[in-house]
Design a protein around this ligand. Structure first.
Ligand code: HEC
Length: 123
Protein backbone atom coordinates (compact mmCIF):
# COMPACT_ATOMS: atom_id res chain seq x y z
CA UNK A 1 0.00 0.00 0.00
CA UNK A 2 2.73 2.40 0.96
CA UNK A 3 4.73 1.60 -2.16
CA UNK A 4 1.70 2.07 -4.41
CA UNK A 5 0.92 5.42 -2.90
CA UNK A 6 4.47 6.58 -3.50
CA UNK A 7 4.30 5.47 -7.14
CA UNK A 8 1.04 7.35 -7.63
CA UNK A 9 2.55 10.51 -6.18
CA UNK A 10 5.62 10.23 -8.40
CA UNK A 11 3.42 9.74 -11.48
CA UNK A 12 1.28 12.71 -10.50
CA UNK A 13 4.45 14.78 -10.17
CA UNK A 14 5.59 13.78 -13.65
CA UNK A 15 2.18 14.70 -15.09
CA UNK A 16 2.38 18.14 -13.50
CA UNK A 17 5.93 18.63 -14.77
CA UNK A 18 4.96 17.66 -18.33
CA UNK A 19 1.85 19.81 -18.47
CA UNK A 20 3.78 22.71 -16.98
CA UNK A 21 6.13 23.14 -19.90
CA UNK A 22 5.82 23.62 -23.60
CA UNK A 23 2.64 24.73 -25.30
CA UNK A 24 0.00 27.10 -24.08
CA UNK A 25 2.29 29.85 -22.88
CA UNK A 26 1.07 32.29 -25.50
CA UNK A 27 -2.20 32.68 -23.66
CA UNK A 28 -1.01 33.21 -20.10
CA UNK A 29 -4.08 34.77 -18.47
CA UNK A 30 -3.93 37.83 -16.23
CA UNK A 31 -7.14 38.27 -14.29
CA UNK A 32 -8.91 41.56 -14.86
CA UNK A 33 -6.27 42.88 -17.25
CA UNK A 34 -7.27 44.81 -20.36
CA UNK A 35 -4.68 43.99 -23.03
CA UNK A 36 -6.45 46.41 -25.38
CA UNK A 37 -5.18 49.26 -23.22
CA UNK A 38 -1.63 47.89 -23.23
CA UNK A 39 -0.51 49.38 -26.53
CA UNK A 40 -1.41 52.93 -25.52
CA UNK A 41 0.26 52.50 -22.16
CA UNK A 42 3.42 51.10 -23.74
CA UNK A 43 3.53 54.13 -26.02
CA UNK A 44 2.87 56.47 -23.13
CA UNK A 45 5.63 55.07 -20.95
CA UNK A 46 8.06 54.97 -23.86
CA UNK A 47 8.96 51.30 -23.53
CA UNK A 48 9.62 51.23 -27.28
CA UNK A 49 12.60 53.56 -26.92
CA UNK A 50 14.49 50.61 -25.46
CA UNK A 51 12.54 47.58 -26.66
CA UNK A 52 11.28 46.15 -29.92
CA UNK A 53 7.62 45.32 -29.31
CA UNK A 54 5.19 43.67 -31.72
CA UNK A 55 2.27 45.70 -33.02
CA UNK A 56 3.55 49.11 -31.94
CA UNK A 57 4.96 51.38 -34.62
CA UNK A 58 8.19 53.03 -33.60
CA UNK A 59 8.82 50.50 -30.83
CA UNK A 60 12.12 49.35 -32.23
CA UNK A 61 14.58 50.13 -29.43
CA UNK A 62 17.64 47.96 -29.01
CA UNK A 63 18.88 48.95 -25.56
CA UNK A 64 16.83 46.19 -23.93
CA UNK A 65 15.92 42.79 -25.35
CA UNK A 66 13.16 42.38 -27.92
CA UNK A 67 9.84 41.65 -26.24
CA UNK A 68 8.28 40.02 -29.31
CA UNK A 69 6.63 36.72 -28.45
CA UNK A 70 7.39 37.26 -24.79
CA UNK A 71 4.95 34.56 -23.68
CA UNK A 72 7.43 32.05 -25.10
CA UNK A 73 10.35 33.35 -23.05
CA UNK A 74 11.33 31.24 -20.04
CA UNK A 75 12.92 33.93 -17.90
CA UNK A 76 12.62 37.62 -17.14
CA UNK A 77 15.97 39.42 -17.19
CA UNK A 78 17.60 35.98 -17.00
CA UNK A 79 16.70 35.88 -13.32
CA UNK A 80 13.12 34.95 -12.53
CA UNK A 81 10.55 32.67 -14.14
CA UNK A 82 8.31 34.31 -16.73
CA UNK A 83 4.98 34.13 -14.91
CA UNK A 84 2.22 36.76 -15.05
CA UNK A 85 2.91 37.84 -11.46
CA UNK A 86 6.63 38.14 -12.04
CA UNK A 87 6.16 40.08 -15.26
CA UNK A 88 3.86 42.58 -13.55
CA UNK A 89 6.37 42.91 -10.70
CA UNK A 90 9.22 43.48 -13.17
CA UNK A 91 7.34 46.18 -15.11
CA UNK A 92 6.48 47.96 -11.86
CA UNK A 93 9.90 47.82 -10.26
CA UNK A 94 12.73 46.22 -12.25
CA UNK A 95 15.34 47.59 -9.86
CA UNK A 96 13.86 45.54 -7.03
CA UNK A 97 14.42 42.33 -8.98
CA UNK A 98 17.70 43.23 -10.66
CA UNK A 99 19.41 46.07 -8.79
CA UNK A 100 21.42 48.20 -11.18
CA UNK A 101 19.60 47.10 -14.33
CA UNK A 102 19.48 49.73 -17.05
CA UNK A 103 15.69 49.48 -17.11
CA UNK A 104 14.36 52.34 -14.99
CA UNK A 105 11.48 52.31 -12.53
CA UNK A 106 8.93 54.18 -14.65
CA UNK A 107 6.33 54.45 -11.92
CA UNK A 108 3.88 52.12 -13.66
CA UNK A 109 0.78 51.48 -11.55
CA UNK A 110 -0.51 48.01 -10.69
CA UNK A 111 -3.46 48.02 -13.10
CA UNK A 112 -1.37 49.53 -15.88
CA UNK A 113 1.37 46.93 -15.40
CA UNK A 114 -1.22 44.16 -15.70
CA UNK A 115 -2.62 45.65 -18.93
CA UNK A 116 0.89 45.98 -20.36
CA UNK A 117 1.82 42.42 -19.33
CA UNK A 118 -1.37 41.04 -20.90
CA UNK A 119 -0.54 42.90 -24.11
CA UNK A 120 3.04 41.56 -24.16
CA UNK A 121 1.78 38.00 -23.73
CA UNK A 122 -0.27 38.39 -26.92
CA UNK A 123 2.33 40.02 -29.18
C1 HEC B 1 15.87 52.98 -20.65
C2 HEC B 1 15.57 51.76 -21.38
C3 HEC B 1 14.35 50.94 -20.99
C4 HEC B 1 13.04 51.35 -20.91
C5 HEC B 1 12.47 52.74 -21.10
C6 HEC B 1 12.26 50.15 -20.62
N1 HEC B 1 13.08 49.06 -20.53
FE1 HEC B 1 12.50 47.14 -20.21
N2 HEC B 1 14.45 46.56 -20.17
C7 HEC B 1 15.54 47.38 -20.41
C8 HEC B 1 16.75 46.60 -20.27
C9 HEC B 1 18.17 47.11 -20.45
C10 HEC B 1 16.35 45.28 -19.94
C11 HEC B 1 17.24 44.09 -19.65
C12 HEC B 1 17.33 43.97 -18.15
C13 HEC B 1 18.18 42.87 -17.62
O1 HEC B 1 18.30 41.81 -18.28
O2 HEC B 1 18.72 43.03 -16.52
C14 HEC B 1 14.89 45.31 -19.90
C15 HEC B 1 14.12 44.18 -19.65
C16 HEC B 1 12.76 44.14 -19.81
C17 HEC B 1 11.96 42.95 -19.76
C18 HEC B 1 12.52 41.54 -19.61
C19 HEC B 1 13.02 41.10 -20.98
C20 HEC B 1 13.71 39.76 -21.02
O3 HEC B 1 13.85 39.21 -22.13
O4 HEC B 1 14.11 39.26 -19.98
C21 HEC B 1 10.66 43.31 -19.94
C22 HEC B 1 9.45 42.41 -20.01
C23 HEC B 1 10.65 44.74 -20.07
N3 HEC B 1 11.93 45.21 -19.99
C24 HEC B 1 9.50 45.49 -20.26
C25 HEC B 1 9.48 46.88 -20.33
C26 HEC B 1 8.27 47.67 -20.37
C27 HEC B 1 6.87 47.11 -20.39
C28 HEC B 1 8.65 48.98 -20.40
C29 HEC B 1 7.79 50.20 -20.37
C30 HEC B 1 6.88 50.30 -19.23
C31 HEC B 1 10.12 49.00 -20.41
N4 HEC B 1 10.58 47.70 -20.35
C32 HEC B 1 10.90 50.14 -20.47
C33 HEC B 1 15.50 48.71 -20.74
C34 HEC B 1 14.36 49.51 -20.74
Amino acid sequence: MKVRLTTALVLAGVAVAVSGCGSGRDTLPIGGAKPGLGAGLIEGYGCGACHTIGGISGADGEIGPSLKGFAGHRLIAGRIANTPGNLVAWIRDPQLIDPGTVMPDLGVGAAQARDIAAYLYRH
